[in-house]
Design a protein around this ligand. Structure first.
Ligand code: GDP
Length: 419
């Protein structure tokens, strides 16, 4: 058989590294939030007792972190891996997305030109619905037909985003936090700058769906030139789709493939300078989304992947699609871990470091006041000394707690990142 089962792929999927990393970093932030709350309560209470050793700035710094950590946790919960698809109308963008999702989710074909941005993401509760920009209403969607109808009914502008929520348990890519974005065709006179600012700046991977029956178009190239002025080294895959059409021209197939490969590699390596020639070989694929989707729908029903008449060379094209998916998963997971978690972990480290500094300065001041007091008459001072001794102990304890926490967090963050 050509296709390993979805479950098998899932268990070894690089996407799991992102999912596990997200869980870990979230657990660490739950602890940081706990400590920050503790520290904030402690510092505020101390300030009421002793205005000398705790100043207003310390209290503000620590208490402000309570909200900041909450903010980071909110962002973390929303973090996902985002892949955006571009290409001319009818090159097969929707078909590629459907093939990857193993279901006919997006409408495709004549009459179903995507005229706005469509985002497919997992829904939490097993429901399927869509939401249009600026509107909180969930519109129920049960089928592709209904979805197509709902999209036609709306007066959507080319820039708008429609979010389609699909049950997570229906596809492991959605379950593992991958979000798909389908764009209107690059040929529909777009406002590229607006597109990029609105929909592309947070994309981890771009997929250019090209038509293997023609060469890369200037419009397609221009778009990525623009993207690469705004993002440093975007991750771009080029799918030469409709490769099944070349099957009827066996004599020229190798020649055509070599020519497409060379041009696409030149585009990535020499024009955009986003990868090396070696990397380019892992970014360019010759596939047939239509065949893969059909094969997967068949497999879903327990049928063999190809039934009926198929163009020659189907197993190779199917294999190449799976190879693309493998490289894509590695790339998107790596990129998302780097861009999303590295920032969070730096932030976590600096928060715990700042709190540690506050605790240390409180401790030093408490120590200094105690020394000053030793010159004052002993009997007057006994009570005060006792309280301050207690204070020192608690501060010391708190300082150690924070110290351990910082070390623990640092260790776990580096471990999570290196994993
Ligand atoms: P989009 O406008 O880029 O989203 O393109 P669609 O996915 O809607 O595809 C346009 C038409 O091309 C549909 O009728 C698809 O069935 C067909 N199509 C998509 N991929 C392939 C392919 O690999 N081979 C062939 N022969 N047809 C395809």
């Amino acid at each position: 058989t050509v296709a390993p089962s979805a479950d098998l792929r899932n268990s070894s999927s690089p996407l799991q590294r992102f999912v596990k990393g997200k869980r870990k970093i979230n657990d660490i932030f739950v602890e940081i939030e706990d400590y920050v709350l503790d520290s904030s309560n402690y510092v505020s209470a101390l300030r009421k007792e002793n205005k000398v050793i705790v100043d207003e700035g310390d209290v503000k710094l620590v208490t402000d972190y309570v909200q900041k950590i909450k903010g980071i946790r909110d962002v973390l919960a929303r973090d996902h891996m985002k892949v955006a698809f571009f290409g001319r109308t009818s090159n097969g963008k929707s078909s590629v997305i459907n093939a990857m999702l193993r279901d006919k989710i997006l409408p495709s074909g004549i009459g179903h030109t995507t005229n706005c941005f469509l985002q497919v993401e997992g829904s939490e509760n097993g429901e399927s619905y869509l939401m249009t920009e600026g509107c909180q209403d969930k519109q129920n969607v049960k089928s592709v037909g209904q979805l197509a109808h709902a999209l036609c009914k709306e007066k959507l502008n080319e820039n708008q985003l429609v979010r389609i929520f699909w049950p997570r348990d229906k596809c492991f890519l959605l379950r593992d936090d991958v979000v798909f974005v389908d764009s209107p065709g690059i040929d529909v006179s777009p406002n590229l700058d607006e597109w990029i600012d609105k929909h592309c700046l947070d994309a981890d991977v771009f997929v250019l769906v090209a038509n293997a029956e023609s060469t890369l178009m200037v419009t397609e190239k221009n778009f990525f030139h623009k993207v690469s002025t705004k993002l440093s080294k975007p991750n771009i895959f080029i799918l030469n789709n409709r490769w099944d059409a070349s099957a009827s021209e066996m004599d020229f197939q190798d020649q055509v493939r070599a020519q497409h490969l060379e041009r696409a590699a030149d585009f990535l390596v020499k024009e955009l300078k986003v990868c090396s020639p070696k990397e380019a070989n892992e970014r360019i694929f010759f596939v047939s989304a239509k065949e893969v989707l059909q094969a997967r729908l068949n497999e879903e029903k327990g049928m063999p992947p190809h039934s009926g008449a198929l163009a020659e060379g189907f197993p190779n094209r199917y294999f190449e699609f799976q190879d693309f998916e493998k490289k894509f998963e590695e790339c998107i997971s790596k990129s998302a871990i780097k861009t999303k978690f590295e920032q969070h972990s730096q932030r976590g480290k600096s928060v715990s470091q700042d709190i540690r500094d506050v605790m240390e300065s409180i401790y030093e001041k408490a120590l200094a006041t105690q020394k000053d007091k030793s010159f004052v008459k002993k009997d007057l001072n006994d009570k005060l000394n006792f309280t301050e001794q207690q204070l020192l102990l608690i501060t010391q304890e708190m300082k150690e707690k924070i110290h351990h926490m910082v070390e623990d967090v640092e260790q776990r963050v580096s471990k999570a990142l290196s994993e």
